[in-house]
Write a protein that binds this ligand. Structure first.
Ligand code: ZN
Length: 216
């Protein structure tokens, strides 16, 4: 009896202590993270990361562990090639840390990109700890780049050597729309942001975001 009322009391105290802070926080926070995502990583995320690395190894991708702020399962792929598609930086120097789920998702869609004669996706950024911008203003929404799941592709290089810039070639080159469709139709990726669906914010690149499937 005594311990029960004590338990009740401490539960009440805990509720009193935590409610205002939690309420204030959740009112400000705009959820943009994968469902079930938390920081520090919860056991489901640790498990998902472990499984992802196992699959990547089974698929014979060579990778190292990496470090990235708030990246759940950081990996570095030294070859920067997944399924025959190269990932080429447009100006930054590597190594480029990404979440394992981005690497695995790119590997999954690689055959469809190769079927379009895509030799390389040329990107500016993968992991970058930053917030989403809306109308040129920083929001308090954490970008998927911040958790290593997103990649900004500015150019696509084809087998014939042509490099198609999203900014100048999107209007005329069907293959860029086909590349967009590969990502748009894959359940491994969220709908890409492109000049087609977000001409204001993404007139010069494809913003690609891999999913991190987590149990609810
Ligand atoms: Zn982006």
């Amino acid at each position: 009896m005594a311990s029960r009322s004590l338990g009740l009391m401490s539960a009440l105290l805990l509720a009193l202590a935590s409610t205002p802070a939690t309420a204030g926080k959740s009112a400000r926070r705009v959820p943009n993270m994968p469902r079930g995502w938390s920081w520090p990583p919860n056991p489901a995320m640790v498990e998902a990361g472990k499984r992802c690395r196992e699959v990547l190894a089974e698929r014979e991708v060579e990778f190292d562990g990496g470090k990235g702020k708030k990246v759940n399962a950081p990996v570095v792929v030294p070859s920067m090639e997944l399924g025959g598609v190269r990932l080429e930086p447009t100006w930054r120097k590597g190594p480029f840390v990404m979440d394992c789920h981005l690497a695995l998702s790119l590997l999954e869609v690689a055959p469809k990109l190769r079927a379009l004669d895509v030799a390389a996706l040329r990107f500016s950024t993968i992991h970058d700890y930053r917030h989403v911008k809306r109308n040129g203003r920083k929001t308090n929404i954490l970008s998927r780049h911040a958790i290593g799941l997103a990649m900004d592709v500015f150019e696509v290089r084809l087998d014939d050597g042509r490099v198609l810039k999203v900014k100048s070639a999107y209007a005329d080159e069907d293959v860029l729309h086909e590349v967009e469709a590969v990502f748009g139709s894959s359940d491994r990726f969220r709908t890409p942001l492109t000049p087609g669906n977000d001409p204001k914010g993404h007139d010069d690149h494809f913003h690609l975001e891999a999913r991190m499937p987590l149990p609810r």
